[in-house]
Design a protein around this ligand. Structure first.
Ligand SMILES: [Zn+2]
Length: 502
């Protein structure tokens, strides 16, 4: 084989064709590099010669990433743009195939920055909106316990504050009148028989009185009212209905002169000393939300004032229309500033503890009431409010170990990960190399927490991941037809479009 045929064979070889293609693409990319236009005095052909301190070889007709400070010029030829990075002729291993070696000056030009992979507990910040509602457990209804006619509505407008025991309604009830007569009759019988020597008669008279009292009590008369009837010996035509709770009258359903049946609701009273805030959470927020979590929020009415409460319920069902889940927050409102229907903007901070758990230093190893999240105890027992058994916070999705005991998850900044749908690529600086060397790794990411991603696999603590310049590294690999984020299989096209021949 003579020299001429060897050269022409070489020119036809796939490698040379690939190299020429890559070179042309490199030229195009360098010409289109956005920073170029911002730098005065740089010729259109000089590619990456931007704000780097190191002087660089500029030659007309040559776009060069060959920034070796004038060190031995390599395969530069007019009309060629050369990345002057591994010449690609050797067979590469899986790892080396994603590897890029550049000069320190190139590193500066590409503005590559790295940070170490850390182990810590990242904090997610959730922002939610919602509104203030009544605390449903603090609503009280005043209903007619006996049929009758409302003769006097003592509280006749909504919004008025009433105290427990305030009189609300005077009801005329024929049924109640006859029940009182029965009581008085039984009472007189008891007095008559008190002198009797027959004890069975006495006890039977006492039974009659007791059952008459019971009946009145079941119709809503207080023990004092019953005593008063017995003392005066007079049945009253009217019965007064008192408020069972302190709060604000939010509904009045009856008018004076109206006849009511047993069970007719006359008033609704809401105790606003505590209110609920109902927040809307998206599905993606749910992993961060837990029963018992602290929530801070602001309102339009009191700008700058932070209110706070505790998550007391997370709806088990998603609203199909809004695609959100209701999260209820219990809020103390002794000052009375929060009013039902007010809009709120809430913030929840959740610290990720790994394995889908949330780290809350106040809840480590504690026991909470399943109905009253404000009840937090050091040991098992019963809720002082409702008597239910306390449950360990661990069962509610909290971490049960202190941060110093638990192994923190691996975390990288969000900017380190190049995402393409199903895969994430991170560039890692290779240590102990003469020239800056970067290698692409496919990693499995966990949830995003604020500015961080949790890393499930693919990196170890201390790995230096590229957080700035990683797109440029990826582009440089594409130009060399090596596997990159955009073109994971590597190969000739470099521009991310495969011809499907592979
Ligand atoms: Zn309770």
């Amino acid at each position: 084989m003579n020299a001429k045929t060897r050269v022409s064979a070489l020119l036809r070889s796939p490698f040379v064709i690939g190299a020429v293609t890559a070179t042309v693409i490199a030229l195009l990319i360098l010409l289109l590099w956005p920073e170029r236009s911002n730098t005065p005095g740089v010729k259109a052909t000089s590619g990456m010669n931007m704000d780097a301190a190191a002087p660089m070889a500029e030659h007309d007709g040559r776009a060069a990433m060959n920034l070796d400070d004038g060190a031995a010029p390599t395969n530069e030829h007019d009309g060629h743009a050369a990345m002057n990075i591994d010449d690609g002729s050797k067979t590469m291993t899986e790892d080396e195939s994603r590897q890029l070696t550049i000069s320190p000056a190139q590193r500066a030009l590409m503005k590559i920055e790295t940070v170490p992979v850390e182990r810590r507990f990242p904090i997610a910040e959730l922002r939610l909106v919602g509104k203030v509602t009544y605390d449903e457990t603090r609503l009280a209804y005043i209903t007619a316990w006996v049929a009758g006619r409302i003769d006097d509505l003592l509280v006749d407008y909504t919004g008025v504050t009433v105290r427990k025991g305030d009189h609300m309604v005077k009801l005329y009830s024929p049924e109640l009148l006859s029940a009182q007569e029965e009581l008085l009759q039984a009472h007189r019988g008891l007095i008559d028989l008190s002198k009797s020597s027959v004890s069975s008669l006495r006890s039977s008279a006492l039974d009659t009185v007791e059952s008459a009292r019971d009946r009145l009590r079941l119709w809503g008369l207080s023990a004092n009212q019953i005593k008063e009837i017995e003392r005066t010996g007079k049945a009253s035509e009217h019965v007064t209905i008192y408020s069972p709770a302190t709060g604000v009258v939010i509904h009045r359903n009856a008018q004076e002169g109206m006849y009511v049946d047993i069970g007719t609701r006359i008033f609704t009273i809401a105790d606003l000393d505590a209110v609920w805030v109902q927040l809307d959470a998206y599905e993606s927020d749910l992993r961060w939300l837990r029963y018992g979590q602290n929530v801070t929020f602001t309102t339009e009415a009191f700008p700058g004032k932070n209110f706070s409460g505790v998550v007391s319920f997370i709806d088990p069902v998603l609203n199909a229309t809004t695609r959100t889940v209701k999260v209820r927050v219990n809020v103390d409102n002794k000052e009375g500033q929060l009013k039902p229907e007010m809009f709120v903007r809430a913030t929840v901070f959740a610290q990720f503890a790994g394995s889908g758990r949330i780290l809350d230093e106040n809840l480590i190893g504690k026991w909470v009431s399943p109905m009253h999240p404000e009840v937090i105890k050091d040991a098992p027992g019963q809720c002082p409010i409702c008597g239910m058994n306390l449950v360990p916070t661990e069962s509610l999705g909290y971490a049960n170990a202190t941060p110093s005991d638990a192994v923190a998850p691996l975390v990288i900044p969000v900017t380190a990960a190049l995402l393409t749908g199903k895969r994430a690529v991170v560039y890692v600086e290779v240590s102990d190399t003469e020239q800056p060397t970067y290698i692409g790794r496919e990693v499995v990411l966990g949830p995003r927490a604020g500015p961080d991603y949790v890393v499930e696999s693919g990196l170890v603590e201390g790995d230096l991941v590229v957080v700035s310049g990683n797109f440029k590294i990826d582009s440089a690999l594409q130009i060399q037809a090596k596997p990159s984020m955009m073109n994971p299989e590597g190969g000739g096209s470099g521009g991310g479009h495969n011809h499907g021949g592979g």
